[in-house]
Structures are given as C-alpha cells and as structure tokens.
Design a protein around this ligand. Structure first.
Ligand code: NCD
Ligand code: ZN
Ligand code: ZN
Ligand code: ZN
Length: 364
C-alpha cells in the first residue's frame, strides 16, 4: 500500500444548496463530501434560493457556511439584470462573479447582451468572472473579455467546438481560462440508456463520444478539473421533471487518479488542474499544514451512495484508483478513513484574503 501525501485539493465549482434546498445538500453535508473526496477548499455557486445577488442574500449564506462548513470555502456572487453596481461593490466578499448566459437549474440567467457587457466592464478587472456560456454564447463572452480587456473563466466546457475555440483564443493571447468536469471526460450520450433519462440530465448535456475525446486531446488547454458538484435527490432525478446535475466531489479524485494509473495524465498534471490552477485563477490563500493522504494503489468500485445527501452517483459501478485515507486541514486531522473529525464551523471563508489583494493592487 503506497500512501502518497498530496496538497488539499481545491474545487472552484460546487453547488451546496444552502439556502433553499437543504434536503439535497447543505454546507455541512457538502463540505463533508468535499473532505471525503480530498478537497480542503470549495467555491460555492450562487444559484441558491434565494440566489446570492446582493448583500442580504450573501450575508445569509455567509452565516450558514460559517456555522456549518467543515472545509474552507468561498462563495461566488451571481450576476443579475439589476445588480451591476451592487455586485461590483461586493467583490471583496466573494471569490468571483458568476454569469449564467444559458438557462440551467435555478432562476439566475442574464439574457441581455448589454447587461452582460456592463458586468464585464464594471466588475474589478483583477477579480475573476466565471461564465456558464455554451456553444455560440462562448464566442460572446470571449469577445466581451477581449473588448473589455479582462480575463474570463469558462465553466464546465463539454464540446469539441468549445475547447477548440478556447484553445485558439488562448493562442491569440486572450486571458481565458477554463474548467472541465469529470463527467464530461468520462460519460457521453452513449451512457444515457444505462443511466436512464432523468439520471443523465445535466447542463451542459452529456455530449458525443467525439466531444469527450476532444477534451482529452486538448488537456493542455484545460486549466482546471472542477466537479460542478450539483446534487439532486434520486426521487427528484427519477421524477417527471428531473433537475439537471450530478454529484461529483467524492468521485473526481479517484476518476482522475484512474487516468494517472492508465498513463493518460501524470500526477503533476492532475495536481496542476485540481490544486495549483484553481489557486492561481481565483487568487486563493495558502492553507498552512494542509494535506491529504491517498492510497495510490487502492482499486475500488464506486458504490451507489456516498457522503453527499443526494444519495446517488452516475459513476456507481465504475472501477477507480486511489482512495483518500486521511485529510489534515490547518494542522488538524479532519477526515480519517470515513470518519469526520472536524466540528461544523471549522471551515473558514477565504474572503478576508481579498481585501489585502485589493490594497496591494491600489498601492502599485
Ligand atoms: C447545476 C445545478 O444543479 O445547480 N446543474 C447542472 O446540471 N450542472 C447548474 C449548473 O452548473 O449549470
Ligand atoms: Zn452551469
Ligand atoms: Zn454548476
Ligand atoms: Zn498501481
């Protein structure tokens, strides 16, 4: 048994469902799932109920997270049609501004090109904007980033045409970064009959095997592997109106470790995408005395249900490699072979770090 010690992983894209849908997940269950998956820091998305689009809704989520999280975290703010000025004023309390150009789960969608451009112009240029922008809308946000002379981070890239556009934009010097989710690397439309219609619903939708192949082929242009952990209960997935989304926190590392085992990726490639790049892109603070211990040779089959409250995973039955044995966060053993040792509230918000970044920029 070869135990390797790795840095605590960072997931810049998770949905923890609090406030509003804590029967699916909450800050405690979601950050427990994170620790079990080897993540010591997660950045949570704003498509909650209510969505995080102003100071009051943000304060509500900040309080709940401070009381319940067991790993460190940040919150992304949501863009709306009406919050251009409000959002910019809140930038130091959050890890980024999320703009939903496409319709997806939840009510947050900004459909108006003019408003999207205003957000690109107004949000502080040194802080990240993240976009859910598929297909032609990807070209829209790349153009806006170019015209407004700022960076943009593209969430959950899933198609050949998209990763090729990002590759070419990068080669022309655009400040674009992107993430891919393990389900778009490992699953395709071919898996829909096996998973069933409700359980295969996800945004972006599962794509063709050729799209998945293009993601693997363009790994050098993929900055981050982010889970897009989007828990919905099995009853909801099997209902007549299945919401889109897959849980992912507990399966990402073993799935990517399998790619290392199969020599499709080096361990350094994995750590670049699941630790270094997220830290750099989202300007996250160091976590001192923080590491995970992984049994690199453990070979196991993903079970039906994991720590996440949602109670299922589309990867059940997959053979994977690498098992998280222990997690140390800021010097404390917080996860030990299935047992959680951190009290709710042990996790810290990374946001106070941003005030120092802003003053550094101002002092230059
Ligand atoms: C996400 C969710 O459930 O919040 N669903 C999904 O299918 N990915 C929303 C999103 O990330 O688009
Ligand atoms: Zn999305
Ligand atoms: Zn998402
Ligand atoms: Zn081996």
């Amino acid at each position: 048994m070869a135990i390797v010690r790795l840095p605590g992983l960072i997931d810049p894209h998770v949905h923890l469902r609090e406030p509003g849908a804590t029967h699916k997940e909450d800050f405690e269950s979601g950050t427990r799932a994170a620790l079990a998956g080897g993540f010591t820091m997660v950045l949570a998305m704003p498509n909650t109920q209510p969505p995080l689009i102003d100071s009051g809704s943000l304060a509500h989520a900040e309080t709940a997270a401070a009381q319940k999280a067991v790993c460190d975290y940040g919150l992304h703010l949501g863009a709306s049609r009406l919050n251009v000025e409000t959002a910019a004023a809140l930038s130091e309390r959050v890890t980024g501004l999320k703009i939903y150009l496409d319709a997806t789960y939840g009510a947050l969608q900004v459909a108006d090109l003019g408003v999207i451009r205003e957000h690109f112009g107004r949000w502080p240029s040194q802080r990240p904007i993240l976009c859910h922008a598929e297909d032609r809308l990807l070209a829209t946000v790349l153009m806006l980033a170019f015209l407004e002379k700022r960076s943009v981070h593209i969430c959950h890239v899933s198609r050949r045409a998209e990763i090729e556009l990002i590759r070419d934009a990068k080669m022309r010097g655009l400040a674009v970064t992107c993430e891919v989710a393990p389900h778009h690397l490992y699953l395709s439309q071919d898996n829909i009959p096996r998973l069933g219609n409700g359980r295969s619903e996800v945004r972006p939708r599962l794509a063709t095997p050729d799209d998945a192949k293009a993601l693997w082929e363009n790994m050098e242009f993929i900055d981050c592997v982010a889970t897009d952990h989007a828990p919905h209960t099995l009853a909801e997935k099997d209902s007549d109106t299945p919401p889109p989304g897959f849980p992912g926190l507990e399966t990402a590392l073993p799935l990517m470790f399998r790619a290392v085992h199969e020599n499709r990726l080096t361990l350094d490639d994995l750590l670049e995408r699941m630790y270094q790049a997220p830290r750099r892109i989202f300007q996250l603070p160091q976590q001192p005395d923080t590491w995970i211990e992984v049994d690199a040779d453990a070979e196991w089959i993903i079970p039906n249900s994991l720590v996440s409250r949602c109670g299922w995973t589309p990867f059940a039955g997959e053979r994977v490699f690498g098992r998280v044995e222990r997690v140390f966060l800021r010097g404390q053993l917080v996860y030990d072979q299935g047992e959680f040792r951190a009290a709710p509230g042990f996790g810290r918000n990374v946001a106070p770090h941003y005030r120092s970044i802003t003053s550094e920029v101002q002092n230059q």
